[in-house]
Design a protein around this ligand. Structure first.
Ligand code: PRT
Ligand code: ZN
Length: 295
């Protein structure tokens, strides 16, 4: 009988828009991985984690089949290959990078002004399954022209009336004379796991990995805020910082009327928020970054 595998296997994009940020996230979560150039695998030195470096389109399949336990991939790719509630793969959490949207766009001069008018048109896309589901949900049917890349040039070539493609800044649409009509899906990189059951040892490694990722992602968003204020202003101050946890309130010296307020704010603190705190009576307001959080 062979001994069960002791190390998690994670599939990440070999080279492309998600690769550097996937690597950087693992490093920030304290997983120092060896990436040797030209190799299709990597190894984490201080965590039981092995990496498979592959094309992003292959990641959902590897994870669904259990070749890898986990993957880091765009939600758009997961939805295209295993969308609509397929249980062979589970999205565990968003990872805060690789943001984009899958949008329908038409040429500037097109008479199509709303989604309802897409029925019967030719739509070029690399995401036929997502587009089919989207149109069906609107009670529409259209002719899909499947393209592996350069979708944005399809209308100019005369092979499609509309496109459905990924957009981030919108400059590709602009430079091809296309007008965004509707957002079909909002996407970012996500951590996925296989729907298959894992050995308890691997499950416990996965729980640790998830806790580390949550810790680092929460910490990057969160800020530690400190200020001085009159004691009676504390309730007002709490209302100003969205989602602020119960603050620590410390009396200042022997004067019980003034306090120091310390708290973790789960979201970034903008200048406007600091100005409102000042108006509500706070002074010496300090906002500092948090490196790590463990609940
Ligand atoms: O070689 P491999 O198959 O692994 O990579 P790939 O070439 O298929 O994918 P890659 O590296 O281009 O993208 C990987 C993932 O990044 C995608 O699946 C998305 O989840 C995410 N992502 C985020 C994007 C974009 N932003 C993006 N802007 N993927 C593609 N684009 C393209 C889009 O297709 C269009 O051509 O960028 C253009 C639009 O960008 P803007 O800024 O002009 O709007
Ligand atoms: Zn790809």
């Amino acid at each position: 009988m062979s001994t069960p595998r002791q190390r998690l296997r994670l599939a990440v994009q070999k080279s492309g828009r998600l690769s550097d940020k996937s690597r950087s996230l693992l490093t920030r979560a304290g997983m120092d991985c060896e990436w040797r150039s030209g190799r299709l695998d990597g190894r984490c030195l201080d965590f039981p984690l092995d990496l498979m470096l592959v094309r992003d389109d292959d990641i959902p399949q590897y994870v669904a089949e259990g070749v890898c336990d986990l993957g880091i991939v765009g939600r758009n790719v997961v939805e295209e290959h295993f969308g609509g509630g397929d249980e062979r793969i589970q999205v565990l959490r968003p990872l805060g990078f690789g943001h984009c949207r899958l949008s329908v766009a038409v040429p500037e001069r097109s008479g199509v002004r709303q989604v309802a008018e897409l029925g019967g048109t030719r739509i070029a896309t690399s995401y036929p399954n997502i587009v089919k589901r989207y149109l069906a949900a609107q009670g529409l049917s259209a002719h899909l022209v499947e393209m592996a890349g350069s979708v944005e040039i399809a209308p100019a070539l005369g092979v499609a009336d509309a496109v459905c493609d990924l957009v981030s800044t919108g400059s590709t649409l602009d430079s091809n004379g296309l007008r965004e009509l509707a957002v079909v899906l909002r996407s970012e990189a996500v951590l996925v796991r296989t729907g298959r059951s894992l050995d308890p040892v691997l499950e416990s490694h996965l729980a640790r990995l998830q806790a580390r990722l949550s810790g680092v992602l929460r910490a990057e968003q969160a800020k530690y805020i400190m200020m001085n204020a009159p004691a009676e202003a504390v309730d007002r101050l709490r209302g100003i910082i969205p989602g602020m946890e119960e603050p620590t309130v410390i009396p200042l010296g022997t004067d019980r009327r003034r306090v120091a307020v310390h708290a973790v704010a789960p979201e970034p603190i903008f200048w406007e928020t600091m100005e409102r705190l000042k108006e509500a009576g706070a002074s010496s307001i300090l906002v500092v970054p948090i490196e790590k959080i463990i609940e």
